[in-house]
Design a protein around this ligand. Structure first.
Ligand SMILES: [Mg+2]
Length: 318
């Protein structure tokens, strides 16, 4: 499998998970399982009554993918990767009614920490420390997978953290974003998957949550009950998403389908699972109907092309 297959797998895996999960965002797992008669979302569906995004047509990615596309455009460009550059791109790409990814973002239920940070940036806040320390949601982790396409692992850790702090200042949320980026990087590099927190991640809150989320995980077994209705903090979302991906190791479509049915912030959990398993198993392992009928394919294909041509050359990033 080529590096380009894995980059395309990660971008599409994340967007497919986002679109599958968006039908049930903020609905609890028991209700989803009752509705579907099984704990998996295999196909795109209109947003359910009671979900955050109702009414919404099937197959539309949300704010998670809009921000990932903005991050992809940033890491693929030929400039040093600074907090200022990420902030400038977010403001331009996500500007209401004008930005490239505006509709996907603003009609996709963006998180409060992110929208507040965008307002502060617009008012002139310093991007290096714009994210407040109390903001520990999963918004910095859901968009970060393109940073994992950088070739140097230390740069991945540094850039993942600086892009996180533009909107989220909680140290465990920053570490959670770093974790997604290095998981994607390690998968692209062909490193063997593991149940352990990746090397280079140092945060006590995330480490404790990681251990709790991975208890009772049996590869090929049923999804443990504590991996339903996962909390929306960055650290719980990322640790839970990895535990789901690990439970369904070798079955990327099933991992994404289970995450989309896991309850709570389903689009973000499924998007992070998709980013990880897509990087590990490549585009060909993802469901073809999920790729073919996804809205915004042209945007995702452009991002993949930009990342493959811009990042196959060595780029230190910082
Ligand atoms: Mg979303």
């Amino acid at each position: 499998m080529t590096r380009a297959d894995r980059i395309a797998g990660s971008m599409y895996g994340a967007a497919i998970g986002d679109a599958l999960g968006s039908a049930f965002e903020f609905i609890d797992a028991a209700t989803i399982h009752r509705t579907l008669r099984e704990p998996f979302v295999w196909d795109y569906r209109p947003a359910e009554h009671g979900s955050l995004l109702h009414p919404r047509e099937p197959g539309r990615p949300t704010d998670d993918t809009a921000m990932a596309l903005s991050v992809a455009a940033t890491v693929a460009c030929d400039e040093p990767l600074t907090a200022e550059l990420f902030a400038r791109r977010f403001l331009t790409d996500l500007e209401r009614d004008k930005g490239r990814f505006s509709e996907m973002f603003w009609r996709g239920g963006p998180g409060g920490a992110t929208t507040r940070a965008l307002s502060r940036l617009r008012a002139g806040a310093d991007p290096v420390s714009c994210g407040h320390r109390e903001d520990g949601g999963n918004g910095a982790a859901m968009r970060v997978h393109p940073v994992g396409f950088l070739s140097d692992r230390d740069s991945v850790l540094k850039v993942a953290a600086l892009q996180a702090r533009v909107t989220h200042g909680h140290p465990a949320a920053v570490a959670a974003a770093q974790t997604v980026a290095v998981l994607v990087h390690d998968a692209i590099s062909g490193r063997e998957p593991s149940l352990e927190l990746p090397i280079g991640i140092d945060d006590a809150t995330l480490a404790a949550t990681w251990r709790a989320m991975h208890r009772d995980v049996i590869i090929g077994g049923p999804l443990p009950p504590h991996l339903r209705n996962i909390a929306m903090s960055g650290w719980a979302t990322v640790a839970g998403a990895h535990a789901i991906a690990s439970t369904f190791a070798g079955e990327p479509e099933r991992a994404i389908a289970a995450a989309a049915a896991s309850g709570g912030d389903t689009d973000t959990v499924a998007s992070i699972v998709g980013a990880i398993v897509g990087a590990r198993y490549g585009l060909a392992a993802l469901p073809l109907r999920g790729v073919d009928t996804l809205h915004g394919r042209d945007l995702i294909d452009s991002a993949i092309s930009a990342c493959c041509s811009g990042l196959c050359a060595e780029k230190q990033g910082v």
